[in-house]
Design a binder for this molecule. Sequence first.
Ligand SMILES: [Zn+2]
Length: 142
Amino acid sequence: MKRPMVLREPGARPLRLDMRMETDASFEELLLRARGRVIEAVRGLIAPVSDDRFLHAAIYGGRVRRASVDGKAAWVPSPREIDFLGDMVLSVLASAVLTDRDYYRAHLGLCELCGTVTFRDAADTRAQCAEHRVSGFTLRAR
Ligand SMILES: [Zn+2]
């Protein structure tokens, strides 16, 4: 992938990548929107009835492709510099999930309080990150 000249995300003002520019509020807005789309994809993937539309979107959008990695069939990210930032990030997640879906289904987690993506032991079904997990009790969001 070529280095993007502009970062884009639906609902956010495009941000021209120029090292001479200082970041402003539009950069944070763009990051928040991209992060929100990634969190929604993870939430859907780990839901009891899995919503894996982002995997299909990545495949049919050409943002992942099949490849041989160390002699094994795998999926690798192949985003384009014109893709939305969230789609670039989701292409990395999609390639990992498509390569080893059982692992991600068993271990991927999402803290519902702060949105941190976590990896957990299979027997640990709590949906909180280490910061929000308190010896068996769950903190409530205010
Ligand atoms: Zn948390």
